[in-house]
Design a protein around this ligand. Structure first.
Ligand SMILES: *Cc1c(COP(=O)(O)O)cnc(C)c1O
Length: 442
């Protein structure tokens, strides 16, 4: 306890002697900016689990770019691979041309990820962000099935472009569309109506009843853990039932593994070992390993019914991301050592969060290294994350009302730093709950 407390104290950023000039952001950057509002510092540098601002402040990163930095900031092996590639004039941009970097990525992904898991997926390089992968997935499902409707779930988050946004539940995000978001039905996720109502059985009933008003869907789109929607977890039983329903009703099962994948819940794919195989999988966030934009849509070979160029995009070949992604697979996924360590840290995280939560009559959510505390309201969560930030911990919220304080620490974090961050969370929850840290009026 002494060492972690010392470390926690050590992480506290130096108080800034003067307010740094940030007027350029007020003057020029669109007000649409969001994270920068709750963390009003200018960051200069980052390595491993740490970020540094330009005033000498050091922060422990429990946000990890929303799970984009599972292997931490600037991992030396990934950084070196990229430096080597750039310094020998490797291809940076080549549309979707064959490149050495792409071949190495595909071969490594095939051998270390697909073959060892008995998975046979075609790999589609979409535009480089998660929402591009989701757009490609639902477009392909509609094309292959000839149906229009996609079933998504309450509290689901799938991205900001119109197709993916239509699949997203959050009203504040949906409002930005400006046009009707259509061809999606939001059905209740696992546990949405409490533990006693089986929402998979409800969906089956609706799809089997020709008079329910629910059309036969092209796809069922689901997250195994709802990253933005409150860290609700779907049980393996429920997910298997949903997979069966998709099959029975001629719909394709799409697992959006953009946030929960790449080891966040333990295994590379969050659905591993659950006894079903999705027809389509979307990946992004930590896929490049170093925070470079890179997204993929994976699907069963029989579904590969695109016409050449039918779904296109200028940035479908981020060769720098191929390099760092390949290095991340070789570094972390050549055996199950990393996965086992993530599972172990996930249990540690669960124990600590449960202890903090129960001390204040709160509850926890999540799976693996993707967990949080439900603190009851967005206002309280906001106050807690602000107190954390003041103490040198970067952490964000999740949920319909932003009421979950969400821990997304880098998966490579050592136990001491993990403990130090959790100490800050504990202190902050206590400070806010006992009223010694005021709820910010914003
Ligand atoms: C982040 C996220 C997306 C969207 O990814 P972007 O890169 O922000 O477009 C889609 N689905 C899930 C589950 C996500 O967490």
């Amino acid at each position: 306890m002494t060492t972690t407390t010392t470390l926690a104290r050590h992480t506290r950023p130096k108080p800034t002697s003067h307010i740094p000039d940030r007027s350029i952001y007020e003057r020029r950057e669109s007000v649409v900016r969001s994270y920068a509002r709750t963390m009003p510092r200018q960051f200069s540098r980052a390595d491993n689990v740490w970020m540094y601002d330009n005033q000498g402040g050091r922060y422990l990163d429990f946000l990890s770019g929303c799970s984009t930095l599972n292997y931490g900031h600037n991992h030396p092996a990934l950084k070196q691979a990229l430096i080597d590639y750039i310094s020998t004039d490797g291809i940076t941009h080549g549309l979707d041309l064959h490149t050495d970097a792409k071949a190495e990525f595909l071969e490594t992904f095939e051998s270390l990820i697909l073959k060892s898991r008995g998975l046979d997926y075609r790999v589609m390089f979409t535009g480089p962000t998660g929402t591009n992968a989701v757009e490609a997935a639902i477009k392909l499902a509609r094309k292959v099935t000839g149906r229009g409707l996609v079933i998504a779930f309450t509290n689901g988050f799938h991205g900001m472009t119109l197709g993916a946004l239509a699949c997203t539940g959050n009203a504040a995000k949906r409002t930005g569309a400006g046009v009707p978001l259509s061809h999606v039905s939001h059905e209740p996720y696992d546990g949405y109506h409490g533990p006693d109502l089986d929402t998979a059985a409800l969906l089956e009933r609706r799809l089997s009843d020709p008079s329910s008003g629910l059309d036969a869907p092209a796809a069922i789109l689901v997250e195994t853990v709802q990253g933005e929607g409150g860290l609700n977890t779907a049980s393996p039983d429920w997910l298997r039932a949903i997979a069966d329903i998709a099959k029975r009703h001629g719909a394709l099962l799409i697992v959006d593994d953009i946030q929960a994948g790449c080891g966040r819940t333990g295994p590379f794919f969050s659905f591993e070992g659950m006894g079903f195989t999705p027809d389509i999988v979307t990946m992004a966030k930590s896929l490049s390993g170093m925070g470079l934009p890179f997204a993929l849509t994976l699907f069963r070979p029989e579904l590969d019914q695109w016409l050449p160029g039918e779904h296109n995009g200028t940035f479908r070949g981020n060769n720098h991301a191929f390099i760092t992604a390949t290095a991340s697979l070789r570094n972390f996924w050549k055996d199950d050592e990393f996965e086992q360590d993530v599972q172990r840290k996930g249990r540690l995280l669960a124990r600590r969060l449960d202890a903090i939560a129960s001390g204040f009559g709160l509850s926890t959510r999540g799976r693996g290294m993707m967990r949080g505390i439900d603190v009851g309201s967005g206002e309280t969560a906001d106050a807690i994350t602000s107190a954390c930030f003041a103490a040198g911990l970067i952490i964000e919220t999740s949920g319909a009302h932003d009421e979950i304080v969400k821990v997304l620490a880098p998966l490579i974090i050592d136990d001491a730093a993990l403990s130090a961050g959790l100490d800050i969370i504990e202190e902050s929850v206590r400070a806010v709950r006992t009223g010694s840290y005021g709820i910010a009026a914003e």
